[in-house]
Design a protein around this ligand. Structure first.
Ligand SMILES: NC(=O)c1ccc[n+]([C@@H]2O[C@H](COP(=O)([O-])OP(=O)(O)OC[C@H]3O[C@@H](n4cnc5c(N)ncnc54)[C@H](OP(=O)(O)O)[C@@H]3O)[C@@H](O)[C@H]2O)c1
Length: 333
């Protein structure tokens, strides 16, 4: 049991003359919010939502100064509930972490016990944070398609925003499960990387360019959409009868202007995916799969580790749509 307050480093975002600026600061564990469990964070993971928080997006983070980081993995150092116990390795993703509760870009977090997933057998904090919320979301998108009866023999599966954090894990996982994956990506220079992850084909974003017709010739049996907006509306027009689209993101916009025709003439299913507020056992089940039969070794091998001093540039790349693959924050770097 830790009885004294510890000093620690955090990448803290402050408002300065209307601009939001991130920099390393020294904090004390006494500065952290109340909660059941104090965790020494060794690794975090970078997500689009962290970039929004760091840029002052009030829909994500209402007040500053603030430590972003919606993902954290590390060791419990002080547990008021005994479950999780002191010394146990845990993963925390989503809920309010990194939004209005100081997050994983600090070396310590304090959170409710109900947010903590035990580290799966054989995993460590870095491996968990290679997947992070993005990997968890990709897993939930794939799980929903499987629950709806998606099978490789039905035809091609599209993944939009394929080079992104969610997209890359979705590509590798679907390919591993035997699906013929078409990666839709705006980054021509990442085509070889996407093929190495298992995509059979890589096509440009023009595949989902706006088209006046309410339906077009079906090209995909199922899809994982990480971008939303008008590309999602176009994707729905290209899904075969009875197919499904898991929808998790909004980088191309939160709006969705569609007709009911894909739904009522082709029986297409639009499946919403939330990885943030779902019950802990649902998160735990997906983590266990990634630590077992769903392991994505290529994603694991290609992850990039950065230190806190590199966070600013890495987060800005997300907002420009230029981020690619999985990025892990290693607090020891
Ligand atoms: N529902 C949930 O619980 C949940 C959880 C995690 C993430 N998300 C959301 O999922 C989305 C993806 O997250 P992420 O972490 O994977 O982000 P990311 O790494 O930035 O990936 C998004 C990818 O989308 C593509 N893209 C970017 N801007 C675009 C635009 N204007 N039009 C079309 N494509 C564009 C880019 O890929 P290409 O260059 O390859 O096209 C980009 O790499 C975000 O909106 C995020 O908020 C939701």
């Amino acid at each position: 049991m830790m009885t004294t307050n510890s000093e620690f480093k955090a990448w803290r975002v402050e408002e300065q003359n209307g601009e939001y600026v991130g920099a390393e600061k020294s904090l004390s564990t006494a500065d952290l919010p109340d909660g059941d469990v104090l965790i020494r964070v060794s690794h975090s993971s970078l997500n689009y939502k962290d970039a929004l928080s760091a840029s002052g997006n009030k829909g994500v983070t209402r007040s500053f100064p603030h430590t972003p980081g919606i993902d954290a993995a590390g060791e419990v150092v002080d547990s008021a509930t005994g479950n999780p116990s002191n010394g146990s390795p845990v993963i925390v993703t989503g809920y309010d972490l990194g939004m209005n509760t100081d997050g994983g870009f600090g070396e310590y977090i304090r959170v409710p016990a109900a947010w903590c997933v035990p580290m799966p057998e054989g995993w460590n904090a870095r491996t968990a944070m290679i997947y992070g919320t993005a990997g968890l979301t990709a897993g939930l998108c794939v799980q929903k398609l499987l629950t709806m009866g998606a099978k490789p023999e039905q035809g091609k599966v599209a993944v939009s925003g394929a080079s992104g954090a969610v997209g890359t894990v979705a590509v590798e996982l679907l390919a591993k499960l035997g699906f013929d994956v078409v990666a839709i990506s705006g980054k021509a220079d990442h085509a070889d990387d996407l093929k190495a992850l298992g995509a059979k084909k890589v096509v440009g974003r023009e595949t989902l360019a706006e088209e006046k017709k309410p339906l077009v010739k079906p090209a995909f049996a199922n899809a994982v959409d990480t971008v939303g907006g008008s590309p999602l509306a176009e994707l729905l027009k290209q899904i075969k009868p009875g197919g499904s689209v898991s929808c998790c993101g909004l980088v191309a916009g939160p709006g969705l202007q569609t007709t009911v025709l894909p739904f009522i003439l082709r029986g297409v299913n639009l499946l919403g995916v939330d990885s943030v507020e779902i019950p802990l056992p649902e998160k735990e089940a997906v983590w266990k799969k990634f630590a077992g039969e769903w392991a994505c070794p290529k994603t694991e091998a290609s992850a990039r580790d950065i230190g806190r001093s590199e966070l600013d540039g890495a987060l800005k790349a997300f907002l420009k749509g230029e981020s690619a693959g999985k990025i892990v924050l290693d607090h020891s770097k």
